[in-house]
Design a binder for this molecule. Sequence first.
Ligand code: ASP
Length: 350
Amino acid sequence: MKNIFYCLTLIFLLFSCNKTRTTSKKQNDTPTNEFAIIIHGGAGTILKKNMTPEKEAAYKAKLEEAVRTGYEILKNGGSSGDAVVKTIQVMEESPLFNAGKGAVFTHEETNELDASFMDGKTLNAGAVAGVKDIKSPIEAARTVITNSDHVMLSGAGASQFAKEQGLEIVDPSYFYTENRFKSLQRIKDKQKTELDHDDKKAAFYDADIKNSKYGTVGCVALDKDGNITAGTSTGGMTNKRWGRIGDSPIIGSGTYANNKTCGVSSTGWGEYFIRTQVAYDISAQMEYQQKTLKEATKDVIQNKLTKLGGTGGVVALDKNGNMSFEFNTAGMYRASMNDKGDLVVKIYAD
Ligand code: ASP
């Protein structure tokens, strides 16, 4: 009798364990999209009242052009790696974004660019930091994976590598845009006034810059083979100095991809994104806590990053093609396309 009771208890326990597993499996493993792509063009205090209809239309058109570029590659069976590079290049070549042409200026009035790329299948990653003459930093980041033994190259060495690989090198003046140059002058003027009148130590980053749009670009894609790739490219933050490097070229902060979980690209105040390990933490919460993409991105941005005082956001995509835009700023330039061809292009918070 006792034995029968034990047997029944065991069967009951096995049954309930299996049910729990099925439920969490269902939550995380239902394919939503066979392939998908999600991008950002920076986050910050992007308010409708500060936008002209022309400017808004220009941003939306470029975001759409970029996301469609990657979508076509994925639809035709191309790799998520190709989709990420080609999509980001559209934004790197546009003066609208703080990446490639249109990069912000350093305190020394130069442009220093950072980028990173990660392959979720192999967990291979490549990055370049503080480069001044590589036309497409995202392409250089990818080439670090394929043609070097390293993960991150910086400054003159990274340029030397790019030259040897036959990547396009440009005169540093290629990155100049009047708007970005004026932004730097405004900050310098303000800092000077603060010093003259107040004798206060000028803030390293002006409050206007902390809160204005950041403009970094990023992309995460899932291809028909189930491979996730993420990439990020930036000019960093206006008035940066002393060779400052932000989160964008840091694997685990600015970019992360793992076929087991998700891919993430970040934008925002880099120092906080490094300290929070934003991109990897999202993946880790999914892997170790079985959180959904939405739950993980929400916790990292709205809870952890916000509590620390950081501002910005992420675009993320999981292995089943679920996508998430998450940010704690007034807006984030963003777009996505799923396997049905549904297009989302947005700027402000919903
Ligand atoms: N995260 C970038 C940095 O700190 C800036 C940005 O996202 O616009 O360099």
